[in-house]
Design a protein around this ligand. Structure first.
Ligand code: AMP
Length: 468
């Protein structure tokens, strides 16, 4: 099946060609023809499947005819996060390169005045997060009764974020005659109810979950003997220092943990930056750009911030925390091993993670995930709990190598650091001293450092019970 067979007009085919895509993905094959025919579509698909193009392409074709009127957008795409909304807008720019469609983005962090001016002139495509859209609506700056096509992207994430009442309200503000294209990775009852209520005889399309099909992802767990975050961070550093690690995303369950882990990694010489919803939009955009351009090697992320991000070529995913929702595991590891490339996903498992780990195994249909046993020297550097603070401090100072230290210029910490009072403190700088590695793996290249491997013995510390 080629793009030529889907009923798309030549101008769109040219834009697709310019994007470098050769063949449509399964969701594109199934969703584009009914969407072009004006039918409602219910797509059960995750990011990475090509779902964005499956709604963007037919929308552009439909919107090519007709003109926008002031304050009455002709189509609406709702996305759960600013990043995802921004990515959808990039897709419209890419595929709509040969069309003259106007677009506005209503998301936090983007100037209200500029977007309002665009709305006044009239837009064909309005891309928004639900809260920001309702803000504009309530100020009387926007009418939704001209909407011809409405897209809800990543509805399951909207549910997690508490946006479902907003979505219902927005549906009711748009005309009954609209076409609806609705995408969700999963179909919990609340989402099913919304689709039953607002979609008209939708064509239902389900594409396989990447995690159950992506044989290209090597999955491993690393058992950590303690729930203590400091021990976890030490294990994480070991795993991240693996030979094949080109770049990666480290996922944490909480924003405060993201901040602490990012700071700690920076202090240990890793080229890492945090990304989560409480950071300034400009910082998040810059971080993503730098990550894409290989100026940053590791993103430390929360699920919401990372969801839907279009980041090519991630070699590794590290789950610092086992995700609370098993579905998030699927999303997280789906950031690697894309498009047939090889990827690896590691997850730290502490004694308290049993329930979450079992749920993940059920979701991915496995009995177990192979364990990576790290042969490491770091345990010597972990002060024993029973020792006095002073002697532990002394050890740390003594163990910090004096020669060969190399400070990889850690990214400037311009993010709005939140007080991570629910977390273990970040190590002191005397302790940190970049002893493990520099941002570009210099030491390892010189063969002077122990790295991660499938070691054949369990280090003593791993079997030791540590009070948390
Ligand atoms: P999405 O699921 O929409 O986030 O898309 C995931 C990635 O696949 C993005 O990097 C897209 O640019 C890319 N993509 C979308 N459609 C195709 C296609 N037909 N062939 C190759 N890559 C694609």
């Amino acid at each position: 099946m080629s793009f030529d067979d889907l009923g798309l007009e030549p101008k769109l085919l040219d834009a697709i060609k310019a994007s470098g895509y050769e063949n449509p993905t399964p969701i594109q094959i199934e969703a584009i023809p009914p969407a072009l025919a004006g039918k409602d579509v219910l797509g059960i698909a995750q990011t990475g499947t090509g779902k964005t193009a499956s709604f963007t392409l037919p929308m552009i074709q439909r919107l090519a005819k007709g003109r926008a009127r002031a304050r009455m957008p002709r189509s609406l795409v709702l996305a759960p996060t600013r990043e995802l909304a921004a990515q959808v807008s990039e897709n419209f720019e890419k595929y709509g390169a040969n069309h003259k469609l106007t677009m506005a983005l209503l998301i936090g962090g983007v100037s209200f005045g500029d977007q309002d001016a665009k709305l006044t002139r009239g837009v064909d495509v309005l891309i928004a997060t639900p809260g920001r859209l309702l803000d504009h609506f309530e100020r009387g700056r926007l009418l939704l009764n001209g909407i011809e096509v409405m897209v809800v992207d990543e509805a399951d994430r909207m549910l997690d974020m508490g946006f479902i009442p907003d979505i219902e309200r927005i549906f009711k503000l748009t005309p009954m005659t609209r076409q609806t294209l609705f995408f969700s990775a999963t179909m919990p009852p609340e989402i099913q109810r919304i689709t039953d209520q607002f979609l008209h005889a939708p064509v239902r399309i389900e594409v396989a979950k990447p995690a159950t099909t992506a044989e290209t992802i090597t999955q491993r767990i690393v058992r950590v003997p303690s729930k203590d975050d400091k021990t976890k961070r030490a294990v994480l550093r070991e795993v991240m220092s693996g030979k094949d690690v080109k770049n990666g995303i480290v996922f944490c369950n909480r924003k405060s943990t993201v901040d602490v882990v990012a700071k700690s990694l920076q202090k240990h010489g890793f080229n890492a930056r945090p990304i989560h919803g409480d950071l300034a939009q400009a910082f998040r955009t810059e971080t993503l750009d730098k990550f894409r351009n290989d100026e940053i090697q590791f993103l430390i992320a929360s699920d919401v911030a990372a969801r839907g991000l279009d980041i090519p070529d991630v070699s590794h995913v590290f789950n610092f925390d086992a995700p609370i929702h098993a579905d998030d595991y699927v999303h997280r590891i789906g950031r690697t091993g894309r498009a047939g490339k090889k990827g690896a996903a590691f997850m730290l498992i502490t004694p308290g993670d049993g329930k979450n780990y079992d749920a993940i195994l059920r979701t991915i249909g496995k009995d177990e995930i192979e364990e990576l046993k790290i042969t490491s020297s770091f345990e010597k550097k972990e002060p024993r709990k029973s020792r006095s603070r002073d002697s532990a401090e002394k050890d740390r100072t003594e163990e910090t190598p004096k020669k060969g230290r190399r400070k990889a210029s850690p990214e400037k910490e311009r993010h709005e650091s939140r007080k991570a009072d629910d977390e273990a403190p970040v190590e002191s700088s005397s302790e940190s001293a970049d002893r493990r590695r520099s941002g570009n793996n210099k030491k390892r290249e010189q063969g002077g450092e122990k790295t991660v491997g499938l070691g054949d013995h369990v280090p003593e510390f791993m079997t030791r019970a540590v009070a948390s």
